[in-house]
Write a protein that binds this ligand. Structure first.
Ligand SMILES: Nc1ncnc2c1ncn2[C@@H]1O[C@H](COP(=O)(O)OP(=O)(O)OP(=O)(O)O)[C@@H](O)[C@H]1O
Length: 456
């Protein structure tokens, strides 16, 4: 490998080690202060080092990108916060590596950086905090990078992942890091609005368009003008409406219901779903053309059970959150409860974890949380993976002893719902029938328990 690597932010022993390694790789190096970037001999790649603890932003990287946007740049970070990883991608860093540096990764990153050229935006860097988005696992770091890339362009984004993985939080994060950050962020849940009202809700309506339309009404698309529109649960959008949405996406023009005047809205569209849209397209439940249009930039958020490295950090963060918001004094969570949480299956993902921490925190109020109310029988590793009578009996006994009978009944309900879903292969209609409840009631119960909602 040949080339000229510029080092920014390395000092002392670490610096000498890296220089030696670069030389061994046949790479020349320069040292530069960020402000010297333009003056310095043109480098093939810039390696910028930042410490997460040093500052909330990325001062060195910002200076480098400011001076030389066309230069392929890799960020090397020590203890970077999620917002910093997002910001790095947003600023146009080609890669983000964490310390201690893996030499193979570095070699690969330098090789790739030299082959590429930056495609970054001229937009101002946004310094606002994005909504709390947590996690430091390699899987979630990769998501942050993709969110940063999404924030630097205006493509339609499709966020996929199970319920509760953080799709909505991620959509908001893209918005807050994009050039549209100071314009509206409007979210619409496509399943929460009855089919007949969806058009009026989305596009607005003219006075007299329907019985209760006593004045003109602005739709969500118009309210989002200049900003970002999140179409949540887009996979559940009725077929008839899909065609109307597609028309809008094609030319960003629409008509209010009952109004012939065409209107235009400049919105960035982010869609989210926990369904397998490709499968729905194959099954004829979702329009293929709309799917392509929405998924210009697909981002998949992995389930929590696939990134168990995040569990302990999330537990700690939500304990602090609960202390702050509810005026509690929780000091920590027992090692055993943390280990159980790491081994747990988390069908409701981060939402379920957050709810469980809050429940446990409210019960404990002061001191250490010794027990997290996890559903028995849904552990990924170790643990008993059947809902045995013994586990149920123990659960009931513990609840009676602890005066938590009501909570126990809720836990049992969640467990029963989960078992029924498994027994009927996720078919909600069959589960609702079995329980003698409406699909809407079932849906609400499933949500309450953080269980994945499959529409069938
Ligand atoms: N990485 C994360 N960091 C902090 N909080 C998170 C994270 N992911 C999810 N949450 C929290 O979990 C809850 C659910 O998140 P969110 O609504 O974004 O999930 P979702 O994937 O959109 O779920 P659904 O598909 O059911 O709508 C929210 O309270 C959110 O704050």
């Amino acid at each position: 490998m040949t080339g000229n690597v510029m080092l920014i932010g390395w000092h002392g022993h670490e610096c000498r080690k890296l220089e030696r390694w670069l030389r061994e790789q046949g790479l020349v190096f320069n040292h530069a202060r960020p402000e010297d970037v333009v003056a310095a001999e043109r480098a093939s790649v810039a390696l910028v080092r930042e410490s997460g603890a040093e500052a909330p932003g990325l001062p060195r990287l910002e200076a480098v990108m400011e001076s030389s946007r066309a230069q392929p740049t890799i960020l090397v970070g020590d203890g970077l916060a999620p917002e910093q990883v997002i910001l790095a991608a947003r600023l146009g860093a080609l890669d983000v590596l964490t310390e201690p540096l893996c030499r193979d990764q570095l070699r690969k990153a330098i090789g790739e950086a030299r082959m590429s050229c930056l495609d970054s935006t001229d937009a101002d860097v946004l310094r606002e905090d994005c909504p709390a988005i947590l996690g430091t696992s390699s899987q979630i770091l990769s998501v942050y990078k993709q969110l940063g890339v999404a924030a630097s362009n205006d493509l339609n984004v499709l966020l996929t992942g199970e319920t509760g993985v953080g799709k909505e939080v991620s959509a908001h994060c893209i918005h807050r890091h994009s050039v549209r950050a100071h314009r509206p962020y409007v979210a619409i849940n496509c399943t929460a609005i009855p089919e007949g009202l969806l058009e009026a809700e989305m596009f607005g309506y003219a006075r007299g368009a329907y019985t209760n339309a006593i004045a003109d009404g602005v739709g969500r698309i118009e309210s989002a003008h200049g900003g970002t529109l999140l179409l949540d649960e887009v996979g559940d959008m009725p077929m008839a409406f899909q065609a109307k949405l597609l028309r809008f996406l094609e030319d960003r023009q629409f008509h209010r219901l009952g109004d012939s005047e065409p209107r235009a809205a400049d919105v960035r569209v982010i869609a989210a779903t926990n369904r397998d849209l490709e499968q729905d397209v194959e099954a004829g439940r979702f329009r293929r053309d709309l799917y392509y249009r929405l998924s210009q930039l697909p981002i998949h958020i992995p389930a929590l059970r696939e990134r168990t490295d995040d569990v302990r950090a999330l537990l700690r963060a939500f304990v602090s959150d609960a202390n702050l918001k509810l005026g509690l004094h929780i000091t920590d969570i027992s090692e055993q409860a943390q280990a159980e949480a790491v081994a747990y299956h988390w069908p409701g993902n981060v939402r379920e974890l957050k709810n469980i921490v809050y429940q446990a925190a409210v019960r404990t109020r002061v001191g250490r949380i010794d027990h997290l109310p996890l559903f028995p029988g849904t552990h990924t590793q170790g643990g008993d993976d059947t809902c045995s009578e013994t586990a149920l009996a123990a659960l009931i006994q513990r609840a009676i002893a602890g005066g938590r009978v009501r909570e126990m009944l809720e836990e049992v309900e969640g467990l029963a719902l989960q078992s029924l879903l498994e027994a009927f292969a996720g078919n909600r209609s069959r589960v609702a029938e079995e329980l003698g409840m409406s699909r809407n009631t079932l849906r609400a119960r499933l949500r309450l328990h953080g269980l994945q909602v499959e529409s069938q």
